[in-house]
Write a protein that binds this ligand. Structure first.
Ligand code: FAD
Length: 422
């Protein structure tokens, strides 16, 4: 019988960790998440049921350490040539069980990319923050605080807007940054995060990329306030809320890469955000395939299993075709990220824009396919016990974040049609 493992992956360039890590995460997902995930929606605020799954994966199994250098207790993924393909596998396996756990787990690494990845490793900050993640068996969360009340898409639209709309300010006073501002929506906010990577400006309204700053702020620094989590349509395992920074003081060396380089390498953060989003779609869709298989094998119409009817098989083929393609595209993008010597820098406008194109392709296909899958299942599609409607709610949310579909379209058009003003 065919399974999820028959969807194609590029076997010639999987990471050396692939088999080992994939198996560990799959076992964890099957024991710690899938049997409990149906109760996650009600646990959106407290995380009583959800938290043990995070602790097991990130703390006990040590997955929150992977980006840090080995001599600091990490697995050295940040300086490997397989960070993209290893991450894709890891996140896909998590998202097969729950894409909100995948994003909450993935965003732990998101701000750390700025300091752990070759060629811009900030050794001093790795030493500063690695104990938080590497010397505990409890889950520790980081957050990437970009979005502000006046708009998230503009802040991510780096190429054109160049940080001119950022209102969170960082002023250097002696050997400290003083940060003021209001962020909202970051994954792992809502009271969860222990460490923020904060997108700031050192000169409000400036389009000088030297004024774009990425500064780390431990969540317990005086002046940091986190609001409670928002209640969303899905993705209960990911908490999102408001964060206020009022005269928050952190050491000057907490700036990730420095003038010009913060802007440049933040684009790499965006590339990884796109890669992660595709892997969440791919993982969740693999589970949709598993659920549908069970349904069309066991439900009968006119004496034959559903799948043996032409009209049904056509829809099943559409879904399988899309899962196959989304997975291939995701791994291709992972490969492009792993091999900058072939495809160009991860922070190049080309890699960012191609990631946006693949991300919105994957999300669009998945959202449409989930609608079709639910139609096939009729009333059962809406029934929580099948988990299809869960993936439908969750993947719609993946489509919305990181500037939404429009920013993906703008950046793709800008790249391929040399648009000058978008
Ligand atoms: C579950 C979840 C997790 C999230 N995680 C994070 C996170 O980790 N960190 C973080 O900082 N934020 C996070 N966000 C916030 C998210 O990234 C933003 O909501 C998103 O970027 C859009 O910003 P906005 O809501 O402010 O909309 P706006 O930026 O105000 O955009 C409004 C509308 O205008 C469109 N638009 C914007 N610019 C253009 C343009 N140039 N051309 C055409 N249309 C345009 C947008 O596509 C959108 O339709 C998360 C959101 C969710 C739901």
């Amino acid at each position: 019988m065919h399974t999820i493992d028959d969807f194609t992956r590029p076997r010639e360039y999987l990471s050396p960790l692939d088999e080992y890590m994939g198996k560990i995460v799959r076992d964890w997902a099957e024991k710690e998440v899938i049997p409990f995930r149906r109760n996650y929606d009600e646990d959106w605020k407290e995380h009583n049921i959800i938290e043990p799954a995070f602790d097991k994966l990130m703390g006990e199994l040590g997955m929150q350490r992977v980006l840090f250098p080995e001599d600091l207790g990490g697995w050295g993924l940040g300086h490997s040539h397989y960070i993209g393909s290893a991450s894709f596998r890891m996140f896909e396996e998590v998202a097969r069980a729950d894409s909100a756990i995948a994003v909450a787990f993935g965003v732990v690494f998101w701000p750390l990319i700025m300091i752990c990845n070759k060629p811009h490793v900030n050794r001093r900050l790795c030493e500063e923050f690695s104990p938080l993640f590497c010397q505990t068996d409890k889950a520790v969360f980081a957050a990437n605080a970009m979005t502000e009340p006046q708009g998230g898409a503009d802040i991510e639209n780096l190429d054109i807007v160049k940080g001119t709309t950022i209102e969170t300010t960082a002023i250097l006073e002696g050997d400290e940054w003083v940060i003021n501002g209001h962020k909202l929506w970051p994954t792992n906010s809502g009271g969860i995060a222990d460490l923020f990577g904060v997108v700031c400006t050192t000169n409000p309204g400036s389009d000088d990329v030297n004024d774009f700053a990425f500064i780390f702020v431990p969540a317990d620094t005086p002046g940091v306030t986190q609001g409670g989590p928002y209640q969303k349509a899905g993705m209960a395992a990911d908490k999102n809320g408001d964060i206020w920074f009022e005269n928050v003081r952190v050491p000057a060396f907490y700036r990730a890469c420095g003038p010009g380089d913060d802007y440049k390498y933040f684009k790499e953060v965006i590339s990884f955000g796109n890669l992660g989003s595709i892997s969440f779609v791919s993982g969740a869709m693999l589970n949709v395939y598993e659920i549908l298989r069970e349904f069309v094998d066991t439900y009968f119409f006119k004496g034959k299993p559903l799948k043996e009817h032409d009209a049904v098989a056509g829809v099943l083929a559409d879904l399988a075709k899309d899962i196959e393609i989304i997975r291939i595209i995701g791994y291709q993008y992972a490969r492009m990220i792993d091999r900058p010597d072939i495809y160009g820098d991860r922070w190049s406008d080309e890699i960012v824009a191609k990631g946006r194109a693949y991300k919105y392709f994957a999300c669009d296909r998945a959202v449409e396919d989930l609608g079709k899958a639910m139609n096939l299942m009729e009333s059962y599609g809406s029934e929580r016990c099948w988990d299809i409607e869960k993936h439908w709610r969750d993947l719609k949310i993946v489509q919305l974040w990181m500037g939404g579909k429009q920013l993906c379209q703008m950046e793709t058009a800008r790249l391929f049609f040399d648009c000058q003003t978008l």
